[in-house]
Design a protein around this ligand. Structure first.
Ligand SMILES: NC(=O)c1ccc[n+]([C@@H]2O[C@H](COP(=O)([O-])OP(=O)(O)OC[C@H]3O[C@@H](n4cnc5c(N)ncnc54)[C@H](OP(=O)(O)O)[C@@H]3O)[C@@H](O)[C@H]2O)c1
Length: 245
C-alpha cells in the first residue's frame, strides 16, 4: 500500500531533504511552508504525485484549517511530520524574537500535533513525528529556542502516553538533531555538522522503525548522554567556556 505523509516545513533544509528522500521511497507527499515559490519548485523537481499547501503555523487556527483541507485533498494521510521551526538568538535579545519562536515552535507545533492526533484517532491509526533538537535537553544562550524544543519533546512524550493509555494505534517519534547543515545552523561552536541528506536518511529510517526518540546523526546520542549527566556548573563551562556556579 502507498504511504502518505505530510511534511510541515518542507521548503528548505531538513524538511526539503526529507521530501526528496521520502518521494524516492515511494511516499505520496503533502508539502507545506510559507514560501510558495519554493513549494512550487520542490513539487516540480520531485516529479511524482505531490500536494502543496502554503501555510504559516504561527497563525494556528488558519493553519489547522489548511492542514485539514490538505488531508482531504490527499484523501488521507498516514504520517504527519512537524518539522517547521525557528529560533532567535539576536545579540540585543528582543522580545519579538522570543514571542515569534514560541508562536511557531510551541503554538504552531501544538496546533498541528493536536489536529493530527484527532485525525488519527478517527482514522484508527497514524504516526506523528516532530523535529525537536538536542537543545531540548538543557537551557542555553538562546533561551526560547531551547525551551520551545523541551516543550516539543515533552509534548510528544505526552502524546505517546495518551495514545498508549487509550490503546490506540498511533505512533510518536521525537527527532532530536544535533547540528545539520542548513540556514538555521549558523554561528559559533558548530561541530559534527551533518549534511541535510544524511540527516534525512537517518530520520526516515527512525520513522520506519517507529523509534520513539532518535538523535540525528547517531553520534549525537553521546552528547545527549553527556548533557544529561553533567552537573550544571560543568555543563556551563563546557558550553560557554566559563565557569558556572
Ligand atoms: N539545522 C540544525 O542544526 C537543527 C538542529 C536541531 C533542530 N533543528 C530543527 O529542524 C527543523 C528544520 O530546520 P532546518 O535546520 O531545516 O532550517 P530551515 O532550512 O530554516 O527550515 C525551517 C523550515 O520551517 C519552515 N517554517 C519556519 N517558520 C514557519 C512558519 N511560521 N510556518 C510554517 N513553516 C515555517 C520553513 O518554511 P518557510 O520559511 O517556507 O515557511 C522551513 O521549511 C526546525 O524545527 C529546527 O529547529 C535544526
Amino acid at each position: 500500500m502507498v504511504k502518505k505523509a505530510i511534511i510541515i516545513g518542507a521548503t528548505s533544509g531538513i524538511g526539503k531533504a526529507l521530501a526528496f528522500n521520502m518521494a524516492q521511497q515511494g511516499y505520496i507527499l503533502g508539502l507545506t511552508g510559507r514560501r510558495e515559490a519554493l513549494l512550487a519548485s520542490l513539487q516540480q523537481s520531485i516529479g511524482s504525485k505531490t500536494y502543496t499547501c502554503v501555510m504559516d503555523i504561527s497563525t494556528p487556527h488558519n493553519a489547522v484549517e489548511k492542514f485539514e483541507q490538505l488531508i482531504k485533498n490527499m484523501q488521507g494521510v498516514d504520517f504527519v511530520l512537524i518539522n517547521a521551526g525557528t529560533g532567535s538568538c539576536e545579540p540585543d535579545f528582543p522580545l519579538e524574537g522570543e514571542l515569534n519562536t514560541i508562536a511557531v515552535n510551541v503554538s504552531g507545533f501544538t496546533a498541528i500535533a493536536n489536529a493530527a492526533y484527532h485525525y488519527f484517532l478517527k482514522q484508527g491509526h497514524g504516526h506523528i513525528v516532530a523535529t525537536s533538537s538536542i537543545m531540548a535537553l538543557r537551557g542555553g544562550p538562546c533561551p526560547s529556542y531551547n525551551a520551545s524544543k523541551a516543550y516539543i519533546s515533552n509534548y510528544l512524550e505526552g502524546l505517546y502516553c495518551r495514545a498508549h493509555k487509550a490503546g490506540l494505534d498511533i505512533s510518536v517519534t521525537d527527532i532530536r538533531p544535533g547540528f545539520v547543515d542548513t540556514q538555521m545552523a549558523k554561528g559559533d561552536g558548530i561541530f559534527w555538522l551533518a549534511p541535510a541528506d544524511k540527516a534525512a536518511v537517518q530520520i526516515l529510517a527512525a520513522i520506519e522503525q517507529k523509534k520513539r526518540v532518535v538523535y540525528i546523526t547517531k553520534r549525537w546520542r553521546l552528547i545527549a548522554i553527556l548533557m544529561q549527566i553533567l552537573p550544571f556548573s560543568a555543563f556551563v563551562k563546557l558550553m560557554l567556556g566559563k565557569k558556572g556556579n
